[in-house]
Ligand binder design. Sequence first.
Ligand code: AMP
Ligand code: MG
Length: 411
Amino acid sequence: MVDCCSVPGLLPFEQALENMLTAINPIDETEPVTLKNALGRVLAQDIKSPVNVPPNDNSAMDGYTFSQQSLAINTTLKLVGRSMAGSPFVGECKVGECVRIMTGAKVPADCDTVEMQENCQVEGENVTFLSPRKHADNVRSKGEDIGLGQAVFLTGRELTAIDIGVLASLGIDNVTVFRKLKVALISTGDELKKPGQALNDGDIYESNSQFLTAILTKLGADIIDFGIIEDVETSIFNAFKKADEVADVVISSGGVSVGDADYTKTVLESLGEIAFWKIAMKPGKPFAFGTLPNSYFFGLPGNPVSALVTAHQLALPALLKLQNVNRVQALTLNAKTTSTLKKSPGRMDFQRGIVSNDENGNLQVTSTGSQGSGILTSMAAANCYIVLAAEQGQVSEGEWVKVQMFDKYLQ
Ligand code: AMP
Ligand code: MG
């Protein structure tokens, strides 16, 4: 579709994302895990509560419990026992009687209201209630947090530390989750050296597979690192072929442009069905997506910022779909830019910014400065993307812009 703002030969960002999401079939294999191993895993079952939380009506205060009927007759009641957390009162609390009760302790069956001890006068066995109380005051009712059979979490939830606490509070000690994705990483480039190695003239350190590993770890994937592959057609062919045999997803970086040493395209076209796209986004124009015989393939650009932004904005949503995650959309806000933002119409920009409160508490965003696609520190300094639509031109200081907060996968 060509509209007023599309640039010939460039695929709009949203279209690229939609094409990929349509092509992905989520995995369906599942496995049981104990709560200890459940952090970050994706639920493959709906969780319905097997219990009421709390299991009984219980007291929200340290004080005395009684029935409203008793208090209507007399404001002084006879103390007949006590109910402690873990040792409930057994016996009867008749009309005219009350029971000492502690926070969290079960409210006896004959009682319906709790008065805090500060509002009671105690003389021997007689407790006088100084102010009236409404029915059920200071009582936490059975099932008020979660009712028996209530749906608590649905399939597709990526379990958080809090969720694990909730599951434990329901007495659940294991859950069924989708199996982990196996992701193969390939970095192409003769100039690349692993951090820790010595650099020869013209070399640079390889960073793409390092942050990809970190992002994929957040996603809970198992990573198979194929390391750095030289710019030799047979080496690239062999690496992609092996990676496809062992992984659900193969992610490469570098070699997707049309330089003399860019063999990725030829190799991949011989192995599978790959679309090489020039996407109308900045950073990150060249990007490849497709299927190999056994896996999905994402070809990221080599420049670290482009690789990171395309991995986060394009590959990650596709991986989340493959892993069955019901994605929580990144928070977007409107903020005033504190400086001019350079932009020409044509591509959608994901500039890097720092969102903060101004002196009046309103949101402002400050660009992290130079936005070159090799400047990875521009991402490290940022806490958000400044998302500028493809058709947008230069933005002046003080104008409102849309910002998208960095999510947990980048942190
Ligand atoms: P390419 O797409 O292979 O031409 O790479 C574009 C730029 O990104 C070149 O300057 C490469 O040196 C750099 N580059 C490619 N892969 C990586 C990597 N894994 N880590 C850091 N820089 C890279
Ligand atoms: Mg290269």
